[in-house]
Design a protein around this ligand. Structure first.
Ligand SMILES: [Zn+2]
Length: 322
C-alpha cells in the first residue's frame, strides 16, 4: 500500500521516462504502459485528483491525507506517446512542468545523450567502451585514487553497476561539462548522425503543449534552461530563467501569464531567492522532490509550503509494489 503508517507523505507523484517497444526504448528508470496502469492501481485511482482540483484543495488547505496528483517533468515526448493515452482513458488530468529552451531548438543535452546511448549501442557497456576509446586517456591513476570513493558510492547507490559509477566519476569529476559534451558530440558525429534530428523524437513540440492544455491538463514552469543547480545562480539569473519560461509558455498556449500558477523545481533545487521570484511571478503552487533519507529524518518537513510540495519519485513507488 502506498498509504501507510503515518500521514506525512508526498502529495505529488513525479514521472519522467516511459518506454514502449517501438519508438521510445527502455532506459534507466523508464516504465512501460503496463507498469503505469499498475502504479495507478497501487496508489488507488480514487486517491488521484485532477490537477485543477488538487490546486484548489491544496490552496484552501482542504487536501485529505490520501489525496495525490500526478506530475510529469521535462517536456519529454514519451510522456505524450505513452502516458497521455492512459491518463485520458482513466480521465486523470495532470500537471506537466516544462522547461522552454526545448521549444527554441536548444534542449538539455542530457536527454539527447540518453537517447543516443540507448538507441545506438547494443548495451551500456558497449557505449562505455566506445566512450573511453574516444576519450583516449590513461585513467588508471584516476580510478586508483578514487577507489574508495567508488566503493562508497556503490554502497549508497546499489542500483548502479561499478561501470556506471566509474563513468559518472569520469563525466563529472575527471572531465568538466564542456569537455564531456565535446566527446559525446564527437561520438554522435562518428556514427554519422546529427543530434538535431533526435529532437522531435525526444521532446515536446509546441503543438503537444497546446494539446495537453486543450485536454485540461495544467502546464507549469520548470525554468527556461533547466539548470541542474538553480540555487547556485544569482537572483537576476534565476529571475531571467523563470520570466523567460513563463513568457514562452504563455505565448505558446495563448494564455495570459497570470493564469499560469504552478511549477516544479528542476532537480529539486531552489533557495530563498527562487521562492521570492516565484511569488513575484504569481506562482501559487510549487513541487520539489525528496530523497528517501530526507523523508525518514525529517518527516515533518515533507510538505513545507505551497511552493515546496514534496513529490515521490515513481521509481520509489515501483519498489514499494514489489
Ligand atoms: Zn527536470
Amino acid at each position: 500500500m502506498y498509504f501507510n503508517k503515518n500521514n506525512r507523505f508526498p502529495h505529488g507523484i513525479m514521472f519522467h521516462h516511459f518506454h514502449d517497444s517501438r519508438v521510445h526504448l527502455k532506459s534507466q528508470g523508464s516504465i512501460d504502459k503496463d507498469d503505469f496502469y499498475k502504479m495507478i492501481n497501487f496508489i488507488g485511482r480514487k486517491n488521484i485528483l485532477n490537477a485543477d482540483e488538487f490546486y484548489e484543495k491544496f490552496k484552501n488547505n482542504k487536501l485529505k491525507n490520501n489525496e495525490v496528483c500526478l506530475t510529469f517533468d521535462d517536456a519529454i515526448k514519451c510522456q505524450i506517446d505513452i502516458a497521455l493515452p492512459v491518463l485520458e482513458e482513466l480521465k486523470i488530468k495532470s500537471f506537466f512542468f516544462v522547461y522552454t529552451s526545448v521549444f527554441e531548438g536548444n534542449p538539455d543535452n542530457l536527454e539527447v545523450f540518453r537517447f543516443f546511448r540507448t538507441k545506438y549501442f547494443s548495451s551500456i557497456n558497449e557505449f562505455y567502451d566506445t566512450f573511453y576509446k574516444v576519450l583516449d586517456e590513461d585513467l588508471k591513476y584516476f580510478f586508483d585514487k578514487n577507489r574508495n570513493k567508488i566503493k562508497e558510492t556503490k554502497i549508497k547507490l546499489p542500483f548502479y553497476t561499478i561501470e556506471d559509477i566509474k563513468f559518472r566519476f569520469i563525466r563529472d569529476i575527471f572531465l568538466n561539462k564542456s569537455k564531456y559534451e565535446k566527446i559525446m558530440f564527437q561520438m554522435i558525429k562518428e556514427k554519422r548522425l546529427n543530434h538535431k534530428d533526435f529532437y522531435e523524437k525526444i521532446f515536446f513540440q509546441k503543438g503537444d503543449l497546446q494539446i495537453l492544455n486543450d485536454l485540461g491538463h495544467l502546464i507549469g514552469l520548470h525554468a527556461h534552461n533547466h539548470p541542474t543547480l538553480i540555487e547556485k545562480l544569482s537572483y537576476d539569473e534565476q529571475k531571467k530563467e523563470y520570466e523567460q519560461n513563463l513568457s514562452l509558455i504563455s505565448t505558446i498556449l495563448n494564455k495570459p501569464k497570470n493564469e499560469i500558477k504552478y511549477m516544479s523545481h528542476p532537480c529539486g533545487s531552489y533557495n530563498a531567492y527562487t521562492l521570492q521570484i516565484l511569488k513575484e511571478l504569481g506562482i501559487e503552487l510549487g513541487f520539489k522532490q525528496i530523497m528517501t533519507i530526507e523523508k525518514e529524518k525529517n518527516m515533518k518537513k515533507v510538505n513545507n509550503s505551497l511552493l515546496e510540495i514534496a513529490r515521490e519519485d515513481h521509481a520509489n513507488i515501483y519498489k514499494m509494489m514489489k
